[in-house]
Design a protein around this ligand. Structure first.
Ligand SMILES: Cc1cc2nc3c(=O)[nH]c(=O)nc-3n(C[C@H](O)[C@H](O)[C@H](O)COP(=O)(O)O)c2cc1C
Length: 418
């Protein structure tokens, strides 16, 4: 059992800015379509990504039903599954195995692995390779949640360059043989006194990663404030491999602005598409220089909710109850901003079957449109971390001692989640 080091959040200068208001785009100037930047296809090894627009992995969100909806709207991009805990995959935990499934329509099967122990992540990668589970493997070094960082995982790991390097080295070695490209998803660092992204990017490149995604916040910033796109520019300038920029793309214009401003090879979208899979259509149009944007009526949203519920039922092997329970958070996001009363929202939260969901959808006013002032605004988590939880003594050095390795790897979580 390792005792914990708790790092007070020092990156809180902009905390009052937790929720971006109407002027929130001032620091991310909006491009006009006339100067829409070009994004070229990206080859991750043998995997050709025609339009490098990425659905960023989100635990509890980017299972195959949601990915299918996003991909149907979006370009030939990369739609990444939520993180799979390596140890759970190695233990063949049924939940983890379910998360490894892909729909037949998915063009690139993209999995993300999470783990702290290089040997366990290597074993998980071997299962992925041996059982032909994916076409692409992403490695999670971005998770900020205490449950993960207090064990040295996610965004805490790049601080320990020896484990970080070994983990990537082992996974790339396993995947290389099968022609499966490996990428790494990182943050800026633990906080601004302990930044890791530049070194981590170089290590990832040297160890054979095909690309790096930078979520330009620190662990301590969690999901608060703004993603610092200048850090993306710095990494783009420093590395030869493609860098995907991530953080605060809420509308298609943000995607254009990120590429124009940072020169990143592609963009990764997280919270902006929660309850809005059509954001990928907007981004596709934007990169083609087209002005068309999707702004569905509530009737259309209702049809998407029903389809989502049906796909989730398939995902849960016909278990409608599990499906509609999983749907709840999505419904909250789908309805966000529409002038729909609390009793309607509550009724969706109480659904237990597809028939219940259908009944509630029928009760919605199909003519309602999303008010302009809530379009393309921040959604989902927007908070700073209260504290950063790290293994005891984690920040004392950049390398791990024998004792620390023992403590860490004897205590790998079976079921860490965001
Ligand atoms: C609910 C939720 C779950 C997430 N799960 C993962 C995950 O499994 N793996 C990962 O690398 N990042 C995860 N992230 C981080 C996102 O992929 C993304 O990096 C982050 O939200 C910043 O992008 P955004 O500003 O577009 O949301 C998660 C984020 C949220 C909000």
């Amino acid at each position: 059992m390792i005792t914990e080091q708790i790092l007070p959040s020092r990156d809180r200068a902009g905390e009052q800015d937790d929720r971006r208001g109407d002027t929130s785009y001032a620091d991310h100037p909006v491009s006009h379509v006339a100067d829409a930047p070009h994004i070229a296809p990206v080859d991750l090894g043998n995997v050709h990504v025609q339009t490098p627009v990425v659905l960023s992995p989100m635990a509890g969100v980017t299972n195959w039903p949601f990915r299918v909806l996003c991909e149907e709207y979006g370009p030939d991009g990369l739609y990444v599954a939520e993180m799979i805990t390596a140890r759970a995959l190695v233990a063949r935990n049924p939940k983890a195995l379910r998360l490894c499934r892909f729909a037949p329509s998915e063009s690139i099967r993209s999995l993300q692995l999470y783990g702290v122990n290089p040997s366990i992540v290597e074993q998980a990668a071997k299962i992925v390779v041996d059982e032909d589970m994916a076409d692409h493997v992403d490695l999670n070094f971005g998770c900020p949640v205490p449950k993960v960082t207090r064990r040295g995982g996610g965004s805490a790991l790049p601080w320990k360059t020896d484990i970080f390097q070994e983990l990537i080295h082992r996974v790339v070695k396993v995947c290389d043989g099968a022609g499966i490209p490996v990428t790494a998803k990182i943050r800026v660092g633990i906080d601004h006194e302990h930044e890791t992204f530049m070194e981590a990017g170089h290590i990832a490149q040297e160890e054979g990663c095909a690309a790096v995604t930078l979520h330009a916040r620190t662990t301590s910033e969690y999901y608060g404030g703004h993603s610092d796109w200048d850090r993306i520019t710095q990494l783009v300038d420093a590395l030869d491999i493609p860098v995907f920029g991530n953080g605060d793309i809420w509308g298609a214009d943000d995607a254009l602005a990120m590429v124009s401003r940072t020169g990143c090879a592609g963009v990764a979208i997280g919270r902006g598409c929660q309850g809005r899979p059509w954001l990928f259509a907007d981004i596709d149009h934007a990169f083609r220089g087209e002005t068309e944007r999707v702004n569905p009526s509530l009737g259309e949203v209702g049809r998407i909710i029903l389809r989502h519920a049906q796909l989730l039922t398939e995902f849960f092997d016909g278990d409608e109850r599990m499906a509609v329970h999983d749907l709840r958070k999505h419904v909250a996001w789908y309805l966000k901003g529409y002038p729909v009363g609390g009793s309607t929202r509550k009724a969706f939260m109480e659904c237990e079957s597809l028939a219940d969901v259908e009944r509630e959808i029928d009760r919605l006013d199909p003519t309602l449109q999303l008010p302009a002032q809530v379009l393309n605004k921040p959604r989902g988590r927007v908070r700073f971390a209260k504290k950063v939880h790290l293994p005891y003594g984690w920040l004392d050095s950049r390398e791990t001692t024998h004792d620390m390795r023992e403590a860490l790897f004897g205590d790998d979580p079976m079921d860490a989640s965001y």
